[in-house]
Design a binder for this molecule. Structure first.
Ligand SMILES: [Zn+2]
Length: 326
């Protein structure tokens, strides 16, 4: 898969850059006897230390700012200690080598990284739960007070006219205010060189606030007539089969119990124009998507113009337990 190949390439290239930066730094600081092989060992060891600390922090569930600062400091201290031992030098010179290595490494890698991020591959998180549970925003681990079902409930819900919406139990469909342990959002990679196809999860700019990014599933293509009936997306009068593994019973606006009754009369059927797309969230009970955008003036009948597309979601990678390709 292309995204994994690109990521693998990026890792190899950055290791090569870092090795070169390390070797050059020891030369500039006149540390004797450091050849390329010792530089390679040093880079592999500091990579292993960084990875170990990151995974340990994650598995302890410590994701506070204070913890991040502490682990960063620990990481730097361990790297400098490693340099002292590996290059048989004092703390002053080891620190100097470390600083130079970071400086040279960043100035070598930054231009390429910025171009890659702008044009090819970018990492995102979302602040809302409209694609929950496929891709989770901030959420809490909670228990339904009625049927005692335990599940991850999305925290922020992006109804455009409500500050918050109640959590809906996926088992008994009870509405309640969730309480429980907080957990952070999934991190995912968006690939920008693919043309999005139906059922792809697409990242795009919010038509009403272009500094805000959304992710939704692309269900309707230019020229098609789209409606939702009996849990299915109906394209040009025919139910469209969902891909394997997508287990969503889509709701039309009129079927959402937690929606104010004034909004349940939204148009049920939309015909898309040229370069217009219909987008739905997997969390169909609580997603602000094409079902509602028609009422907001600027977006016509729930359609998203293709020029707002950023790219296709191809990989969730963090936390490690959420690793998944699309
Ligand atoms: Zn329940």
């Amino acid at each position: 898969m292309i995204v994994l190949a690109i990521l693998g390439g990026v890792i190899i290239v950055s290791l090569v850059f870092q090795t070169f930066a390390m070797w050059l730094s020891t030369r500039i600081c006149r540390v004797p006897g450091v050849g390329i092989s010792r530089a390679v060992i040093a880079v592999l060891l500091i990579t292993a230390i960084g990875l170990g600390i990151t995974v340990a922090t994650w598995s302890l569930g410590a994701n506070t700012l204070a913890m991040s600062i502490f682990t960063l400091a620990l990481n730097i201290a361990l790297q400098i200690t490693l340099f002292r031992w590996l290059f048989r030098t004092g703390i002053g010179k080891a620190t100097l080598v470390w600083l130079l290595m970071i400086g040279i490494g960043v100035s070598l890698a930054l231009p390429g990284a910025l171009i890659l991020r702008a044009k090819v591959l970018e990492s995102f998180i979302v602040s809302a739960g409209s694609m929950h549970p496929t891709i989770r925003g901030p959420h809490i681990q909670t228990t339904c007070p009625k049927c005692k079902f335990q599940f991850d409930a999305p925290l922020a819900v992006e109804w455009h006219d409500l500050r918050r919406a109640p959590v809906v139990c996926p088992q008994c469909h009870d509405l309640f205010d969730a309480k429980g342990r907080g957990a952070s959002a999934d991190r995912f990679m968006v690939y920008k060189l693919d043309k999005p196809k139906r059922w792809d999860i697409v990242a795009f700019r919010n038509p009403l606030n272009q500094r805000e990014n959304y992710i939704k599933r692309l269900v309707g293509l230019p020229g098609e007539t789209v409606e939702i009936a009996n849990g299915e997306v109906v394209i040009n009068g025919r139910p469209e089969p969902k891909p394997a593994g997508l287990d969503v019973k889509y709701l039309a606006a009129s079927e959402i119990k937690s929606l104010p009754s004034s909004m349940r009369s939204l148009p049920a059927r939309v015909t898309l124009g040229e370069n217009e797309y219909y987008m739905l969230g997997d969390n169909t009970e609580a997603s602000s998507d094409s079902r509602f955008w028609g009422t907001q003036g600027k977006a016509r009948d729930g359609a998203i113009p293709g020029d707002l597309f950023i790219g296709v979601v191809r990989l969730t990678y963090w936390p490690p337990s959420r690793w998944r390709t699309f």
